[in-house]
Every structure is written in C-alpha cells, then in structure tokens.
Design a protein around this ligand. Structure first.
Ligand code: SF4
Length: 468
C-alpha cells in the first residue's frame, strides 16, 4: 500500500465511496469519542486537570535538552545504553547493529508509532530479521499487509467481519463471529512468538527524567511480555516524550487513558530503567534506548513547537469531521487526523504533504477534545499560510480578490448583492432553495453537496430596516 500524503484528495474520494470503511469509521470513532466524553466528565474538574497536563508537557518541552541528558545519565547508571538517532536511517541502523552484535534473528514488537514512522520492520525484514507485531491491532495490520489507520486503534478501518475473514485465511481460525473467540485465537498464536523471540522492541509513551524510566501504557499485556521475556529489549522513543517527574506522569496518565480509550486507567503500565539487575529474576539482560529526533529538533526550534506536546491519545482524530469521513489511510502518513495534518508536513517537509493542512474545516473540535489543549486549528492556519506559494495560482488570485472585496465595504455590498441575485436566479431555474451545480471554481463545493440560495433580503438590509 502506497503512503503519499500528496494524494490525500484522491484517497479521500476513494474512502468516501467505501461502504465497509464508512461503517467501521462510524462505529469506531463514535464509540471512542463517547467513551472519552464520559470518562472526562467523571473528573471533578476536567479543565483543571487538562491545564495541569498541558503545563506538565510545556514544562517538559521548555527543559527538553536538560531532561534528555538527565534521563540518559540515569539509564546509563542502571546499566542500560542510550543511542541518539538524528533520523530514521540512523535509528534503523542502530537497531540493526544491536541485532548483529547479539546475533538476534527474530523479534517481537509492541505497539509503537515511532517505529512505524521510521519504517523499522520493513528495514529489518530486508536484512533478514523476522519481526512479529504483538499488539492485536498491529498484528492484524501486519497480517493484512496494510498500515495502522489510527494512533490508538490501528485497525479503525476494518470491520469485525473483515478481521474474522482475515484470521480464517491467515491463521486457519475456525469460523466464529465472537470477538472474544477471535482474540483468543490470535493470542494463542502470538504466545509462541514471545518464547521464540531473541529480542523485543517497544516504543515509549513517556520518559521520566528524574529516574530515567521509559513507560509504556497498554491494555493487552503484550508490551510487558515483549520487554521482559526476550533477553534484549530495545525501546525506540521520540525525544519529545520526556517529562520531568513522576508527579507530572500521574497527571498525564489520567489524561491519556481517559482521552485515548475512555478508561480510568489502562490495564498495564510498565516502566523500564535498564536491564535486570543482579538478583532480579525477570527482565532483559540488555536494555537499549534509542532517542529519535527525525525532524523533531526542527519543530522544536519553530513556531510549531507546541505540536510536540502531543501525548498521542487519538482524541482529536475521533472528533474530527474529516478523519471521521475518510479514515486514516487517506492521509498517507503514520500520523493521521488533525495532529497528523500538523506534524506530517513538519516531519516530511511541507511540499511533501501539502494537502494535509487543508484537510480541516477549522471547526476547532480537535483543540476542545485535546487533553493538553494543543492549538491545532491555529497551527493548521499557519501551515496554510506557509503553503500559500504552493497553491494553484488561480486559487491564490481568487483568494486575494475575495480578501480585497471583504475589506472594502462598497465592493462587499455590490458583490454580495450580485452573488445573491445570481444564486436566486439559479435556484429559480432549479425550482429549489438549494443549488446543486455552480460554475468553476465554485463547482468544487457543489461536486459534493448543494449550496443554499441566499435569502432575498440580506441581513445587513434587514438590520438597517429593523434595528436602526
Ligand atoms: S493532538 Fe491532542 S488530542 Fe490529538 S493525539 Fe495529540 S494529545 Fe491527543
């Protein structure tokens, strides 16, 4: 499956016609958003905790370089190794070198967007290292040869029936429509993989600087198995994930669980500080933390730094009218929805993801849902400004003319009267108060929905008559 953000429009049109995808999205996003609202409403003062969480993330970003060094010192003191990766290639090569050093041939992986971002699994496969995803959603994605379509629910794009058919084909599962039975079948298959694995790979939801702990928050227990059963554990984590203290973590954990899955608390919260210490019966013999930059330093130094405060809860995806209509694959990128529309152009280069900042109605629902209050609509607007030069010249001219007209009252008056008269005439011809076909370039609107005829009397005229 191709991943190209610049094909957003083409992919969105395909997605809108896909009945199964539409069914899956309606169920998936609707349920997730209701659960989030209910879980947040249980808090005595949801806004207070959101602001507390935001403050924790911004404090972490303010001191980012110092906190990363503090975490590094702590991990080294506990016998772990820390490797810095400037980009995807360096991160992948670090993992490969570790595999070669310890003669690792087969690995298991828990859910991680950072490894998805750098294309780690295809890279390792190319070098003869076999990897198995162990998060159920990611495992389904791997079996189907696809990509995750949601930060938290990687198979948001699939219906239960599609997953059943996939398991029957790839895992020889006997027919069942029961989700518990399907999960049990996958779990039985995966259980063997942990025992056969030479190493485990994880991401990290947070790095806590004061103790140098990498924390993962999961619901399936696969993360714990991946990181403790095999003799080598490699964690690949973005540099922005560092936070100062466990106290900050206590706040952010509540927000992540409630906003991500609508739970008061995830089933598993695991923290790793390094390899197993002498006398400890469990844990890996070797622990590596790869700190991934891959464009984050550039974002940090820009006016978009706030985007790095994201805790990857997925709430903005579930509420976004665009994501809810087209799903994640249309974005052609690892990070989708409103946060993806902001960070994909920043990570990949704006020209390589030019349509994404425009994939928003700017309704503001994403910022309202965001547990750390990231100003996503504001950043989408700034990206649109930055991308103006890449726009169709005709569009640019049109917008300039529109802006000029809107800022000159006489032109606005004449223009709005002419537009009203033209729409009324089109409506009369169609015998309706909705116009279903407008000439180019306005046809972009009526290709997908009707346009309402303006009332015969303009609001300004009514106001002057009645409220003078
Ligand atoms: S931007 Fe906010 S709502 Fe969206 S994934 Fe990040 S933290 Fe969650």
């Amino acid at each position: 499956m191709d991943m190209n953000p610049n094909q957003f429009l083409e992919q969105a049109v395909i997605a809108l016609d896909d009945i199964q995808l539409q069914t899956a999205l309606e169920r998936g996003t609707g349920n997730a958003d209701s659960r989030r609202r209910a879980a947040m409403a249980e808090l005595a003062d949801p806004d207070a905790i959101r602001w507390q969480g935001r403050a924790a993330r911004l404090r972490g970003l303010d001191d980012l370089p110092d906190l990363l060094e503090q975490a590094e010192r702590q991990i080294i003191a506990r016998g772990g190794k820390v490797l810095w990766a400037a980009d995807a290639d360096e991160a992948n090569r670090h993992v490969l070198n570790i595999c070669r050093e310890h003669n690792l041939r087969r690995g298991v992986k828990s859910k991680s967007m950072a490894t998805e971002e750098i294309g780690l699994l295809p890279f390792l496969n190319q070098h003869g290292i076999e990897m198995v995803e162990t998060d159920l959603g990611e495992y389904i994605v791997q079996l189907s040869g696809s990509h995750p379509s949601h930060i938290i629910m990687p198979v948001m794009h699939m219906t239960k029936e599609q997953i059943r058919d996939l398991f029957m084909e790839k895992l020889a599962m006997p027919y069942t429509d029961d989700p518990t039975g399907m999960t049990a079948w996958a779990r039985k298959t995966l259980r063997e993989e942990y025992l056969r694995a030479d190493f485990g790979i994880s991401g990290g939801n947070f790095i806590i600087a004061e103790t140098g702990s990498v924390v993962i928050v999961t619901n399936e227990g696969n993360g714990r198995l991946c990181t403790t059963v095999p003799p080598v554990h490699i964690a690949v984590v973005g540099i922005e994930k560092v936070i100062p203290t466990w106290e900050d973590f206590a706040t952010l954990l509540q927000l992540l669980c409630r906003s991500g899955t609508g739970q008061r608390m995830s089933v598993y919260v695991n923290a790793f500080n390094g390899p197993a210490m002498p006398g400890e019966p469990d844990g890996p013999e070797h622990f590596y933390l790869i700190l991934l930059d891959n464009g984050r330093s550039d974002i940090y130094a820009s006016e978009y730094a706030e985007a790095l405060a994201c805790i990857r809860c997925g709430a903005c995806l579930n509420i976004c009218p665009v994501y809810r209509s087209v799903g994640g694959h249309a974005y052609g990128a690892t990070y989708t929805g409103p946060i993806g529309a902001v960070i994909t152009p920043l990570l990949k280069g704006k020209a390589n993801a030019a349509p994404l900042p425009f994939a928003s109605s700017l309704c503001g629902a994403c910022q309202e849902a965001c547990p750390v209050g990231i100003n996503l609509p504001g950043m989408l607007l700034k990206l649109r400004r930055d991308l103006q030069a890449a726009q169709d010249p005709l569009w640019q001219m049109g917008m300039k003319a529109f802006g000029f007209g809107m800022s000159h009252p006489l032109l606005y008056n004449v223009g709005s009267r002419l537009a009203g008269a033209a729409l009324q005439s089109l409506g009369e011809d169609a015998g309706s108060d909705m116009v279903s076909s407008l000439p180019y370039p306005l046809s972009g609107w009526t290709d997908h929905r009707d346009f309402p005829v303006f009332p015969a009397e303009r609001f300004r005229d009514w106001w002057q008559k009645n409220r003078r």
